[in-house]
Unconditional design. Structure first.
Length: 385
């Protein structure tokens, strides 16, 4: 595509970016569009919309998502850190605005109404939070006098508090998991595992005791016979009906009665129409992206880059795990999008931003200046001539 000797910014980007990871992400995006075409027309018809309403919007968001991912991947680590910091500050401000001005949907205030679009700030806060906390933990090693840990913990408390007030316990859980993963990846004492485990257990018990919404979710999961588990039951029925090879594109029936078939339960719809084998291939693709990203991150020399990639891949992996786990009735029902697959503009754009940062941080960067290396190489050739 580009000559290796080319020195333009696009050429340099092409020869330094992880093209295998980039290709895997683009395949995942294409798969998301195909599954949206399979799952969303039934939802649109129930809402008396154009059958391809959600498909068109999915494709509409896919173009800027790809653009955001590619542009972000061209940034240098220092630029990525700064952009993440700005996005985090704006995201926190928007989280505060949702509490006062966001429309109430199903008892929660998670979105800001921007006319034709609804913005969910928490989606953008997550990747920006991961990178900012990675920088804080890395700076803590370089500058022991810097209060990095208290600042990072303060950010966690602030963001988690805003999410709980919405309320959005799924996103709160993700933010806490990201912070804990970075905390341990940074090499903090193992004794803190027990401390955070105890705090997490106490938090879950408190949420169960004090919040009816959380208690209902757990009760339905632990004792499904005595509670309404309609969506999860329908998701499992869709997977069973699909068998190994599926009923064929467009032939699924569960999507017609499953309210969130194009978002939270799109994996089950895909399993019914395309079968278990294709579903396992999708899981394998997600697993490949996670492992590839983590391995590339571990190879980075900079502590900040290693931690940032770790945090972003934990976000990607946990979001996929929770979504698929709910579809398989392995976890309590919780609204969580499947990365690049589920319908949702904020989720897609934010995940494109996050994966763009992964691609940017894992680019191959020579330790010496390219011009200096060429001059040295030319001088050596002249000496041997």
């Amino acid at each position: 595509m580009f000559d290796r000797t080319a020195q333009g910014p696009i050429a340099r980007w092409w020869w330094t970016v992880d093209r295998t990871l980039l290709a895997a992400l683009m395949i995942l995006m294409l798969g998301g569009l195909i599954l949206s075409l399979a799952a969303s027309p039934a939802v649109a018809e129930r809402l008396e919309l154009d059958p391809f309403h959600f498909v068109k919007r999915h494709a509409l968001f896919l173009a800027p998502t790809l653009g955001v991912m590619l542009m972000t991947s061209m940034l240098e680590p220092r630029q990525i850190r700064r952009v993440a910091g700005v996005v985090l500050l704006i995201g926190i401000a928007f989280l505060m605005l949702t509490l006062g001005f966001g429309p109430e949907v199903k008892g929660s205030r998670r979105w800001l109404d921007l006319g034709p679009f609804a913005l969910q700030p928490s989606e953008f806060v997550k990747p920006a939070f991961a990178v900012t906390c990675a920088w804080l933990f890395a700076e803590g090693f370089e500058k022991p006098d810097m209060p990095s840990l208290p600042v990072a913990f303060g950010l966690l408390v602030l963001i988690a508090s805003l999410l709980v007030l919405q309320p959005d316990f799924g996103q709160t859980l993700l933010v806490v998991i990201i912070w804990c993963a970075l905390f341990f990846a940074a090499g903090m004492p193992a004794i803190w595992i027990g401390v955070f485990g105890a705090l997490g257990g106490a938090g879950l018990l408190s949420a169960y005791a004090l919040l009816p919404h959380v208690r209902s979710r757990f009760d339905r999961f632990l004792n499904p016979e005595s509670h309404d588990t309609y969506q999860v039951d329908m998701a499992m029925e869709a997977i069973l009906r699909g068998g190994w090879f599926g009923r064929g594109p467009g032939e699924g029936t569960i999507k017609r009665v499953l309210p969130d078939s194009h978002t939270d339960f799109i994996f089950a719809v895909g399993a019914e129409e395309f079968g278990i084998i294709i579903s396992l291939a999708l899981v394998a693709l997600l697993g490949f992206i996670i492992i590839r990203g983590l391995i590339s991150g571990i190879r980075m020399k900079s502590r900040f880059e290693r931690l940032a990639v770790t945090g972003l891949m934990v976000l990607f992996g946990m979001q996929a795990f929770i979504n698929i786990g709910v579809n398989l009735s392995l976890l309590p029902a919780k609204g969580m999008t499947l990365p690049f697959i589920s319908y949702g503009g904020s989720s897609m754009l934010a995940m494109g931003f996050g994966m763009g940062m992964v691609l940017g941080l894992t680019r191959k960067r020579p330790s010496a200046d390219p011009l200096a290396r060429r001059q040295t190489s030319s001088a050596m050739k002249e000496r041997t001539a």
